[in-house]
Write a new protein. Structure first.
Length: 307
């Protein structure tokens, strides 16, 4: 049976991917890119939590296979396409096939932009074939696996879920400060992102988006809090474990920004037609956009350079 899509959720995904496109293009739009950078990754984790379903009789193995088809098959498919393209272009056709030609395969397997924090001297950069954004797919996969275990153990009780999520969050914080390397498949970041999944699940159960939509004063207060806390916390980049000044503060910032994004998406669904349809269409095709936009940017840049 085809899953019924919720229009405003797809529109919210479109907001997230549009911020990704703007940020990765190198264009700075001031507050738009700064504040958008606070939620453009959390929104996808929160939405994954909101749409999470633990079906009766579905064991961990079945769930893992389902999510592997949804996330890992596209991950390896898009990455192998990029590897073959650059291997043929830069090595095979140029007659320069060396051991270095196969190094991007290590990046695909490790699924992390670099081995150490981004500011580390003599860092090892893995994802060099315009595939860095694809870290999100393996990171989300790991987060969902952990979240399934928490949901199963908590038996759907939110208090138990929050308590166990606190343990996972503590582990993520300890890894961040004590582990000198960025772990493969964004394990450290994925454990941190489980908190966004938990928030999404609770927000969905309590209908927070629909309830807050009817209370504009609350939305205004959320906007003020989001803007102020974002300025306090500073720039973030989850892909390389940069959370600003505080990992805990960024959880609040990411959740607030995501709520505001969802409220805006719901507004567009209710009060626009073309924008809502266009946003929903983009939101339904975020996977190829996420995985291939840097490649498309590169091709367009070469074509424009020719003229």
């Amino acid at each position: 049976m085809e899953k019924q899509r919720i229009l405003w959720m797809d529109i919210a995904k479109a907001f997230g991917i549009l911020i990704v496109l703007i940020v990765h293009s190198g264009i700075s739009l001031g507050p738009v890119t700064f504040l958008g950078g606070m939620f453009y990754m959390p929104v996808f984790f929160v939405l994954a939590g909101m749409t999470f379903k633990r079906r009766e009789g579905e064991n961990f193995g079945i769930f893992m296979k389902k999510k592997a088809r949804r996330l890992l098959v596209p991950y390896f498919g898009y990455n192998l396409f990029l590897f073959l393209f650059f291997f043929l272009k830069d090595s095979f056709l140029a007659g320069k096939v060396t051991s270095e030609s196969f190094f991007p395969l290590a990046g695909i397997l490790y699924s992390r932009n670099c081995l150490f924090r981004i500011e580390t001297a003599n860092n090892i950069y893995f994802m060099q074939i315009l595939n860095a954004p694809t870290w999100f797919l393996t990171g989300l996969f790991v987060s969902l696996m952990v979240f399934w275990v928490l949901m199963r153990a908590s038996e759907g009780e939110n208090r138990k879920l929050c308590a166990m999520n606190g343990v996972v969050l503590l582990l993520a914080v300890l890894l961040h400060y004590l582990c000198p390397v960025l772990l493969p498949w964004s394990i450290d970041c994925a454990l941190y992102a489980v908190s966004f999944l938990t928030f999404g699940k609770i927000a969905s159960e309590h209908g927070l988006v629909e309830r807050f939509y009817k209370k504009p004063l609350i939305i205004l207060l959320l906007l003020i809090a989001f803007t102020g806390l974002s300025l306090m916390n500073g720039n973030v980049n989850m892909s390389v474990a940069e959370y600003g000044h505080s990992m805990i503060l960024y959880l609040a910032v990411g959740c607030l920004g995501t709520l505001l994004c969802l409220e805006t998406a719901l507004f567009l669904e209710k009060h626009t037609r073309l924008l809502a349809k266009g946003g929903a269409w983009l939101g339904q095709h975020t996977m190829p956009v996420l995985c291939l936009h840097l490649f498309v940017y590169s091709v367009l840049g070469k074509l424009l350079g020719m003229f």
